[in-house]
Design a protein around this ligand. Structure first.
Ligand SMILES: *Cc1c(COP(=O)(O)O)cnc(C)c1O
Length: 361
């Protein structure tokens, strides 16, 4: 067996101890006589897993008690569509700050249900920077302001939490949750699909101010109602129990490793190593994002000559460095370096990049 360093943007690499524990427990969970994935979600084993996962997530992210945690299926995209149904009245304004592909997606999902206002848009600049807070055109009566904390494809990341006064801020943290300490009180809600930084695909997390949950929202089926979901402890229907269990193992691993402060330090070092190689390559490699808002999680970069893309990917894979191909919207390369990517993996990539340049520059 040879596990490579996997730079996939999502689903992404998982910590090896998590995979090993899942493997060891695959046939029998504890003394249950069956795998956790074969047991009722109403049974004592899964209930314990679900509760422990929430307790650990609360500890990891320092989630205040007056914020609810809801586990959902359907990915971050489904949450994007349900935000306006739950937190805005029909026809009410909701402000969207679009800083890349995922901000655009959030806007698209909301449009059928609110008067979506693009308060700021980085598209004209190719999403290489984040429009300054002073240039945003916020609606005074908006239901909420939506931002994408880290743009997974374009590689731009908010480094400061913008002030939005009385209007609740909602943040898509799909690709940066748990990557550094965060003051959740600055948000009405944050959410994340798990498959970047929290575990496997198939489960998402919504962390929401209980006061925001009091809003009437718009007519919707019970299953789309976050108040109903909370009341049913995220088990209004059969939850994705395997994914929930895997998320629990991943969160536990992050706590064991030292929590978000430790990951913030590792992530800063990892990002610095890669941007340094790019910036010191004399144009052989290029990242076009404004330095102050470069993502610590996703590093998109281009080679000076596109003809080198294929050999780069081929030789990288041969060196045990996989999934470096950039998103089809941008081309080039992208190295996703979430919490589960060890520093040794990033160092191996940096060494490979320098060597590749020496041979092809
Ligand atoms: C991946 C991603 C999404 C979409 O997640 P799905 O789980 O596929 O719906 C949304 N926002 C961001 C920032 C992402 O990285």
């Amino acid at each position: 067996m040879s596990r490579a360093f996997n730079f996939s943007a999502g689903p992404a690499t998982l910590p090896e101890p998590v995979l090993r524990q899942a493997q060891a427990e695959m046939l029998e969970f504890g003394n249950a006589g069956a795998s956790i994935v074969e047991l009722s979600h109403r049974g004592p084993e899964f209930i314990a897993v679900a509760q422990q996962t929430e307790a650990d997530l609360r500890k990891l992210l320092s989630i205040p008690d007056d914020y609810a945690v809801i586990f959902t299926s359907g990915g971050a995209t489904t949450i994007q569509a349900l935000l306006p149904l739950n937190f805005a009245e029909a026809g009410q304004a909701a402000d969207y700050v679009v800083t890349g592909h995922w901000g655009k997606t959030a806007l698209k999902q909301a449009k059928p249900y609110v008067a979506a206002n693009v308060a700021a848009n980085g598209e004209a600049g190719g999403y290489r920077s984040i429009p300054a807070r002073g240039e945003w055109h916020l609606s005074p009566d908006a239901a909420y302001v939506h931002i994408t904390a880290n743009e997974t494809i374009h590689g731009v990341e908010f480094r400061d939490i913008p002030e939005t006064g009385k209007v609740p801020l909602v943040g898509d943290f799909s690709s940066s949750i748990a990557s550094e300490p965060l003051d959740i009180r600055k948000f009405g809600a944050i959410y994340a699909g798990a498959q970047k930084n929290l575990g496997p695909v198939g489960i998402s997390v919504l962390i929401v101010d209980r006061e925001l949950l009091e809003r009437a929202g718009q007519p919707r089926a019970d299953i789309f109602d976050y108040r109903s979901q909370l009341k049913a402890e995220s088990m209004l229907n059969t939850p994705p129990s395997w994914n929930w269990y895997m998320l629990g193992l991943t969160v536990k691993w992050m706590l064991d490793e030292g929590g978000v402060a430790e990951f913030a330090a590792r992530n800063a070092r990892k990002a610095a190593v890669l941007y340094d190689v790019i910036d010191k390559s004399g144009g052989f490699y290029r990242n076009e994002v404004e330095a102050a808002v470069r993502s610590r999680m996703n590093v998109p970069f281009f080679l000076f000559d596109e003809a080198l893309d294929k050999p780069f990917l081929k030789e990288a894979a041969a060196a045990g460095l996989i999934s470096l191909k950039g998103h089809r919207a941008l081309g080039g390369m992208r190295a996703s370096i979430y919490n589960a990517m060890p520093e040794a993996g990033v160092q191996a990539l940096a060494d490979f990049m320098k060597d590749f340049q020496a041979r092809n520059g």
